[in-house]
Ligand binder design. Sequence first.
Ligand code: RP5
Length: 177
Amino acid sequence: MPVKKPRSKNSQSAIRNPQSLVAVIMGSKSDWETMRASSETLNHFGVTHECYVMSAHRTPALVSKYASAAESRGIEVIIAAAGGAAHLAGVIAAHTTLPVLGVPMKSDALNGLDSLLSTVQMPAGIPVGTLAIGKPGATNAALFAIAILANGRPELKGKLREFRAAQEKKIRETKLD
Ligand code: RP5
């Protein structure tokens, strides 16, 4: 399992990084405050990843190029976050057979319900595994990606079990005032 700090910049050279197992893609820099939780969770497990802003409607050619090349570059899971008419995850999924996990961003107009429905309601044939709106979804998308990767990586499976055990311990030891 290669452990490397994530790249969070939008340079073309970073796009050619051969180390990343997971890609965290978001439609706008305004999504980063939420999507940082995906990156932090992947970091916690030592999973090499890369984070980029690219938009299905503002940079459609870049999204198409990136998603089409992701698998050949060694990426195994893509996390895609967007808000509003959130078609980023679906467009990425249309260009790759890698698992794509969608994270709906909380929006000003409809509190993220628009993002949720746009991301989750994929017609049959091109799946997007959609997580919860906002930060819980960002965290769980990373945990889901880790669970996928862990199937063929016993060391990572062990870390996931330890993480679950720590959560359980915390709840069992909770004392109320
Ligand atoms: C989407 O539009 C982005 O994913 C973001 O959630 C939303 C608003 O983007 P900005 O106007 O803040 O750039 O494409």
